[in-house]
Structure formats: C-alpha cells, structure tokens
Unconditional design. Structure first.
Length: 640
C-alpha cells in the first residue's frame, strides 16, 4: 500500500437547515483544486457528527437538501487525478441516529445521556457500541465502500465508561463490579475494541483504515497507518513531538494532521496563515513523518482558493524533498520508555527538554523490544513490574544505560527500587512538600544556590561508589498551611539534610533523580532541570549524535537517513505565546555562520533541494557543517 503523504483531512459537519447545500460545489473543480495543490490523499466526509450521509444511502440519513451523490462524485473526480480518498464517518457521535434511537446512547453513572455542560459543544451525546448501533455502523461502512473509496476513517472513538442497560446487564452477568470506575472503564474499552475488530473485518485488507481516538499502540493490528491529529496552537506543539516519537516506532506510515484554523475544529472563519501551517509541516519533516492539512469545507462551496494556493506552494516544497525523505528513517540516540495509555506531562515534557537540548530520541512502549537503544529514560512514573525488571536487567547486562526520575525505578507498590542495579539507599517517599537541592557540579547558566524541586518524589541516600550530582536541602518549615496564627507561605531553604537528589551508581549505568524532573520542568520551565538532564546524558552517552550549542534552545535539529546518506534537519521557526495560543506569524531567521556537528565523518554537505555545497570540516569524529542563513527550516544532505 502506497504511504499517505501530502494529504488533506476535511471535516464536514452540517446542521439541519442549510437551504443552499452544495449550491456552488462542483466535484470536478474541487478535485482539481486538490490536484493543483499537489495533494495525494484526502479524507472525505461520508457521514458526519450530525449523522447525515453525503452519498446515496439506503442505510443512513441523506442530508435533506443534498442534490447528487457527493462522495461518489468526489471519489471519481479524485481518482481521475490520481488522488486517493478515505471515506470519513464519525463513529463516536451520530446525533440524527441518537434522536431516533435513544437506546443506542451511552449513559453515565448518574443515568444521563446528555452532557450539556459548557453549552454542549458537539460532544454531548455519545453512542454505545454494545447496542444495535454496532450493526448500523458496520452496514454504513459496507455501503460507503461501494462508493469506491480507498479506505475508511473512523472518528471520535474515545473511551467513556458506559452504564447503559445493555452494558450494565452484561457487566452484572460477567460478575464485574459496577461500582468500580476502573472495572466499568475496562469493560467499555473491551466493547470499543470489539467494535474496532468488527470494523476491520468489514473492510477488505487492501483498503485503508484509521481508527481515531484510541491510543496508537492498541490498534497497530487494525490501522493501516497512523494519523496524529493535533491543532498545536491550542493543544501544544509538544503534543505532536511526543506522539510522533511513539507512533513512528509502531507504524511505517505516520501522518501529522494539523488544522488550518485559528482556534479549533468548527472554526469556519479561522485561517492561522501560511507560516503557521508551514511551521507544523517543518515539525513533521524533522520527525520523519508525512503531512495532512486539517480543513472544514463550507456546506455550499468548493475549497477556499487562497488556502489551497498557499497549500500548493507548501506542498511543492515538500514534494521537492521527497526524493530524499521518502526512504529516510528517523535516527534516535536513545528512547523514552512508555508504560501509560496516554502520553501525559512527563512525556510531553521529556519530548520538549530533549528537543531543546538537541538530542534525538524515540518513545518506545515498555512491552516492545527496546534492546537496540543505547540509553533509556524512565520519566517520573515508570514503576517496574517483574516482567519489566527482567527486560531492564538484560538491557543493562548488554551495556545499556538508564536514567530514571521521580517514582520510576521503584516497584509498583513504591516500597523500594525494583533492581539491585539501582544501588542507592531508598529512604521512602518524600512527604515534605518543600524541598530544595544544591548542585555538586558547576556549569554555565546555573547558580551556586539551593534550587526548588517544585514536585516531590522519593528520598534516597548516597552509597559508596555513587557519583552524587546534587544533594537535598531542607527548608525551615513545611508548607503546612494555617496554624491558627500564620500561613506557612515563606519557607526558605535551610541546610543539606543528608539525602541525595541526583545519583549515578558505581557502574555508571543507572542514574536516579529523586524528584519528578520532567513534571517539574513543565511546572516551572526552570533551565536548571535541563542542566541536570544534559549533565547526566553527557556522562552516560559515549558520544552524542549532534553538537548544536551554537543554535538557540528554540531551534530543533534532528537526523533522518538511509544507509547511503544522512539528512540534517534544522528548524528555527517557533511559536510565540499570544494569549492562550502559540502563534507563528512569520518565520524566524537564523543568521549564516552557525556550526552544527554531526557524529561521523561525512564527505560533503549540500543544502536541499537545490544542492548548494556547504562548508564541512571533520574534527574529533564529528562533521561540522557551517549553516547558511536559514528562514524557518533547512534540510542538509550529508554524503557518506
Ligand atoms: Zn453501553
């Protein structure tokens, strides 16, 4: 199956009452707009959140004022131009069917099917797959496939615990404790997975399927590819970096689906502009994944000409790189271990800290093979089960190294370190809520002073042979709140208390930070936390892949490549926080003359796609490229 690239995803959710529906829409003109914008693949609406179908349907509800057979016409017009099409349906939401079949709705534990808090939005009524709705969805998918689509995109398959009568009766019959939120959620997840398997079974193997809303690792056997939906200005740019770092270890074809909007989906009148969209596409290139523009089509119009003119200019540039990027894979020098269903703060923070420090990394699931990496990071919350302990022991025995922070490295009951390699004195959980530390090393940019940890973890002590990089400092008072006379708000550091904050074991292969370093970074963005991580990595990685100290922390550098060449990606644009949004109004310009070192001895460096030769010198096993002036982003070819 040809990988998806240069794609567009169309939302198309139409309230009843659009009296001139489709008036100015012409499938041939629309498909030509996509072709002119160099689009290769499109997710096109078959059935929307409202539950209306946009093709001739016997199973579903046709949009009342639709003339013609929209999806079928679009598929034919796109195929004529070599553009692939997936049919979109919302599986989690279907308001028209919900109105007709209230017995198909999920129910919360208070017995409600409506959740209109906050004005309702579009997520106030969700469907239960343990009802007749399941057969309805399968019938719609089979019917939609008859329009000639190349695949199916299933949206909004989020996990919500369901207490509807069907689910409740089934749970009781299975002896499930319906008072347990976890047990009910687990049952609802099984219902959801059954639905996913039924959907896959209804779709021929040569057709695409993407199930949106599930953790990427849980549907690797069902999805044909992975689309990372992210509106970064509002959802955070770190969301994309974290999710792409994991997705590319699970799928061969990963796509970054951003949005043209200023705020969010449904923002018909929002266009964040070319530089902002291009910034997201540059992020995709640095992560070694493909691109898709998220858009919303007007119910009566073709696509917006100016937006597709801009997209065409962007996709022309991306197409020019494809000669080199099509077969290139991301080159990681370490991995961050993932043991949670969703990537929370420790993970988005790890992605950001490592990116700012110019290290390259994958995120890898704990149950998968991580033996090929040289170094693993266990961020903040990765407690060690017996099974994981065995894998980590093997990893260390083969020369691997581990950096563990906060509660990571402990047994699941947090009663001590799980493995003897964590050869530090465990002194229990840190019950104080005011802890400081003092570095035992000096470095540029950090001060000789007690720093706050901001987040509490464990207490540990130094053992003989340990290398202590930071020591714990107690405060005069705990932040204990009101004592009748005073509220203890001012709690300065007092003295070192004999505990250690950062330790490396005698063998030099396991490091432990006593507090949740990654969570603390996201709570404070204090650069001292990056200093700790950088110092540990400098001691534990033999030779890092990139030397990029001449670039600002806002720049991103990564490597992708094949056996024959390496691509150095240098991205210098970055968002500015304006109000609550991260805005990229224009590209950042990096002056010419900065140098980046890449581990290895390369023969030549060329700026792509034109091939302009760049100065290259080899020193101490690194090839130093002198960068030209860069506006936004540059891709540099390194010849082996
Ligand atoms: Zn249910």
């Amino acid at each position: 199956m040809k990988p998806i690239k240069r794609a567009v995803h169309f939302d198309f959710h139409t309230m009843p009452g659009i009296d001139n529906f489709g008036e100015n829409f012409d499938a041939e003109v629309f498909a030509q707009q996509l072709a002119d914008a160099k689009v290769e693949y499109v997710n096109m609406f078959g059935q929307c959140n409202l539950g209306f179908c946009y093709y001739d349907t016997k199973v579903g509800i046709r949009y009342p004022t639709m003339k013609g057979d929209m999806l079928r016409e679009v598929v034919a017009a796109c195929h004529k131009r070599g553009i692939g099409v997936s049919g979109y349906l919302n599986v989690g939401l279907n308001h028209e069917q919900a109105i007709r079949h209230p017995e198909w709705l999920q129910m919360n534990k208070d017995g409600q099917i409506y959740n209109l808090k906050g004005g309702g939005g579009n997520f106030f009524r969700t469907m239960c797959y343990n009802t007749g709705y399941k057969d309805f969805v399968i019938a719609i998918i089979k019917e939609m496939l008859e329009t000639g689509v190349d695949g199916i995109f299933c949206d909004c398959m989020l996990l919500r615990p369901c207490y509807c009568m069907n689910c409740t009766k089934d749970m009781l019959a299975k002896g499930i404790d319906i008072t347990s939120h976890e047990a009910v959620t687990a049952f609802s997840n099984e219902v959801r997975m059954d639905m996913c398997r039924a959907i896959r079974a209804a779709i021929p193997n040569d057709k695409r399927l993407f199930l949106n809303g599930l953790p990427s690792y849980s549907v690797t056997e069902l999805n044909s590819h992975m689309e990372i939906e992210c509106l970064p200005a509002a959802w955070s740019y770190d969301y994309f970096t974290a999710h792409s770092s994991l997705a590319r270890t699970l799928y061969d074809n990963v796509v970054y689906m951003n949005g043209r909007f200023q705020t969010s989906w449904g923002d018909f009148g929002g266009y964040k502009g070319k530089a902002a969209i291009e910034n997201d596409f540059f992020d995709a290139l640095t992560q070694g994944v493909s691109t898709s523009l998220g858009d919303h089509l007007h119910p009566a119009e073709n696509a917006i000409s100016d937006v597709y003119r801009d997209l065409g200019e962007m996709y022309e540039k991306i197409e020019a790189y494809e000669k080199w990027t099509d077969n290139a894979k991301y080159i990681p020098e370490m991995a961050v271990l993932v043991d949670t269903m969703y990537l929370g703060t420790p993970y988005t923070s790890a992605a950001r800290m490592l990116s700012e420090l110019k290290y390259t990394f994958d995120f890898v699931r704990a149950e998968r093979d991580f033996s090929g990496y040289k170094l693993l990071i266990l961020p903040d919350t990765v407690t060690v089960t017996e099974e994981l302990a065995g894998k980590l022991s093997d990893f260390l025995a083969k020369g691997g190294k581990i950096i563990s922070t906060g509660f990571s490295g402990l047994t699941p009951d947090k009663s001590g370190f799980a493995l003897p390699a964590w050869d530090f004195a465990f002194r229990g959980l840190d019950e104080s809520n005011t802890t400081y530390f003092k570095l035992r090393y000096t470095a540029e940019g950090v001060a000789d002073m007690p720093y706050s940890t901001y987040a509490a973890g464990i207490r540990m002590g130094e053992k003989e042979g340990n290398d202590c990089l930071a020591a714990s400092v107690s405060s005069y008072f705990k932040k204990t709140g009101w004592d009748g006379l005073h509220y203890y708000f001012y709690t300065p550091p007092k003295e070192e208390n004999g505990d250690a904050t950062v330790l490396i074991n005698k063998e030099g292969n396991v490091a432990q930070v006593s507090f949740p370093l990654f969570t603390a970074y996201f709570q404070s963005f204090a650069t001292v936390f990056k200093s700790i991580l950088d110092t540990l990595l400098s001691k534990m990685l033999d030779k890092r892949l990139l030397l990029a100290r001449e670039l600002p922390s806002t720049a991103r550098t990564t490597l992708t490549g094949t056996e024959d060449y390496t691509l150095l990606h240098v991205k210098v644009s970055y968002p500015e926080i304006r109000g609550k949004f991260g805005i990229v109004e224009e590209h950042t310009v990096l002056p010419a003359g900065r140098r980046v070192g890449v581990l290895g001895e390369y023969k030549a460096a060329k700026l792509l796609p034109d091939g302009e030769a760049l100065p290259l010198s080899v020193e101490d096993g690194y090839s130093f490229v002198t960068l030209p002036e860069i506006t936004g982003y540059a891709m540099i070819y390194l010849e082996k």
